[in-house]
Design a protein around this ligand. Sequence first.
Ligand code: CDP
Ligand code: CDP
Ligand code: CDP
Length: 224
Amino acid sequence: MKYPKHIAIDGPAASGKSTVAEIVAHQIGYLFFDTGVMYRAVTLASLQRLNGVNDEKAVSDLAEAIDIDVRPPSVQDERKYDVLVDGVDVTWDIRKPEVDANVSRVSAYAGVRKAMTAQQRKIGERGQVVMVGRDIGTVVLPDAELKVFLDASVEERARRRYDEVQHRNQPEPYEQILQAMKKRDEIDSTRDLAPLCPADDAHILNTEGMTIQQVVDAILAFLR
Ligand code: CDP
Ligand code: CDP
Ligand code: CDP
């Protein structure tokens, strides 16, 4: 079967983008590319090397300079891939609450978006890719042949994230996850550059109450 060359999947936090996109990509033999990883990596590097994310110029310069690499997993834990920044494994560090709390600030900076978008397009334009993020259908790959926007209520999305982190050390309480998610959604949706919003030609899928398999099946149906 001939599939769309570029598949763009966007949506708010914990709408199921990466889980579902990875399964779809695997089933059709496409590359899975999670662009959120890159904004998280820049945020972590800024926190570590600049002592914070307030200096827009310094953060943007750092975004241009660092080498972000995503590779098959080298360690057997829950990870699906390794994320390396300048050769250092940051797979789990980029998921910390401190990164969650600062990433929307960083990803609103024009210099950061310019650097990340350029790298994402370079890979995306080769095709056979399922690319996941906030602005893939609108900005990164506006000509993608299939665009899907996943959504669900913020309460359900916070519950999904809460369930996901329960077995980790010092899991965050539900209420904290919910508030942080609301704040991140708000900043991501209202920024001037490449805000979170469905492309005009995106299929909007409300995943409230849907299982992962049901969402995968819905996307596979769009593919056909
Ligand atoms: O996994 P989760 O949906 O919680 O977040 P993510 O996809 O890893 O994205 C983290 C943050 O990166 C988002 O809240 C956005 O601020 C930013 N982001 C973006 O601005 N554009 C993208 N294409 C992807 C992520
Ligand atoms: O990538 P994104 O932040 O949009 O979401 P995710 O990390 O793929 O999904 C967040 C959590 O919700 C994962 O633990 C999924 O297993 C779960 N999930 C779910 O329970 N039901 C769905 N329909 C989709 C995802
Ligand atoms: O072009 P090069 O051989 O250096 O590497 P690539 O596999 O084409 O990927 C270049 C960059 O795209 C990686 O370093 C990651 O930043 C990103 N990427 C990703 O985020 N997820 C993937 N599955 C593949 C690449």
